[in-house]
Design a protein around this ligand. Structure first.
Ligand code: ACO
Length: 339
């Protein structure tokens, strides 16, 4: 199938800067052995995770601050002024407050006074949902320079007594700066999907992350994340695969054209399952789950920033992004790297 030009095809979107920020504190599998009945061996074998970063309000590692620090790095790489940003969209399920949005809080931190900001709630797919909206705004010509953030502090809604979830979840932030180009490069497509009928596979009870009961006051913990891991596992591989195939077909590309896949980092076995079903060699699947665990909306922009700074992405490379999360939601994007 030929790649369809958008109705307003005069502009395309390119990524000109990436950034990420992780909290200081590292919680290892060994540390978790003191909290729940688990073992480094089980966690490593079933998930691929060895350690993760956990935030603290004492270190000023609020959602807003993590997002701001990631954004500053992306802005520095992009070489733009904060005043150039006209749109800020953040994917998060753990903003500091129910309102105002994290995007508006970050706008204030950056003094990006020309921007409009709002958040998107799409579980671990939040970043790709936000990227899709920003891409469309740029293609339509309503935005020229956008900041897209993925940030979460899942530790604030983690039930630290539930070994089946607390070993997976972590905190962090990633960001990209987008700008408008007339070149036929950059973000080639975004695809987003959801199935609300399956919401009960992964949900949290009400609350926010500003006053988290992180690893203390466990009895006081009134809200947390609940997950049906086994059913999600199968669904994750199916959804990640189908949305990736949809993107490949839309762009008339095959798996062998893809130079790097940056998938949501939920479980190393899911990443391996995706590689197998797309017939993409494992060495083309970017994974940092060993060090960072599942950072929800932040997982793809952190991984993209790491891969970019490690020099794994070259000009003209095709990069496939694919995510899956609460909602259920899933999404993909194909980039033709333009830097
Ligand atoms: N340590 C030791 N044993 C454990 C642990 C643990 N941390 N957790 C569970 N177990 C036990 C179980 O109790 C069970 O014991 P039993 O056989 O005696 O009943 C056994 O290990 C096997 O448990 P399973 O749940 O079958 O383990 P599984 O291989 O399915 O792995 C996991 C569980 C890691 C949660 C996996 O199912 C998974 O990754 N699911 C998908 C997660 C996901 O994609 N989430 C969506 C995105 S995340 C987001 O949006 C926030």
């Amino acid at each position: 199938m030929e790649r369809k030009p958008s109705i307003h095809s005069m502009y395309q979107t390119q990524i000109i800067g990436t950034g990420s920020c992780l909290p200081k504190r590292v919680l290892t599998n060994k540390d978790l052995e003191d909290i729940v009945d688990t073992s480094d061996k089980w966690i490593t074998r079933r998930t691929g995770i060895k350690e993760r970063h956990i935030s603290s309000n004492n270190e000023n590692e609020t959602t807003t601050e993590l997002a701001t620090q990631a954004s500053l790095k992306a802005i520095e790489m992009a070489g733009i002024e904060n005043q150039d940003i006209d749109l800020i969209i953040t994917g998060t399920v753990t903003s500091d407050r129910q309102f105002p949005s994290t995007s508006c809080m970050v706008q204030d931190s950056l003094k990006a006074t020309r921007a409009a900001g709002f958040d998107v709630s799409a579980g671990c797919s939040g970043f790709l949902y936000a990227l899709s909206i920003a891409d469309n705004a740029i293609r339509c010509g309503t935005s020229k320079t956008a900041l897209v953030i993925g940030v979460d502090r899942l530790s604030s809604i983690t039930n630290w007594l539930d070994r089946s979830t607390c070993v997976l979840l972590a905190d962090g932030a990633g960001a990209v700066v987008l700008n408008s180009t007339t070149e036929n490069q950059g973000i080639l497509s975004t695809h987003i999907r959801s199935d609300g009928a399956l919401w009960e596979l992964l949900y949290s009870s009400p609350g926010n992350s500003y006053s988290p009961k992180i690893l203390n006051d466990l009895d006081q913990m009134t809200y947390h994340l609940r997950m049906e891991g086994k059913r999600l596992f199968k669904k994750a591989i199916n959804c990640l695969t189908s949305i990736a195939k949809e993107a490949l077909q839309y762009n008339s590309l095959s798996s062998s054209d893809i130079n790097l896949v940056v998938p949501h980092q939920a479980n190393q076995r899911i990443i391996e399952g995706l590689a197998k079903s797309l017939a993409i060699p494992l060495e083309k699947m970017y994974s940092n789950i060993q060090l960072f665990g599942n950072t929800s909306s932040a997982s793809i922009p952190i991984a993209l920033d790491n891969a970019n700074r490690e020099g794994l992405i070259k000009k003209n490379d095709y990069v496939l992004l694919s995510s899956f999360g609460a909602g259920l939601t899933w999404a993909s994007s194909i980039l033709n790297w333009s830097r």
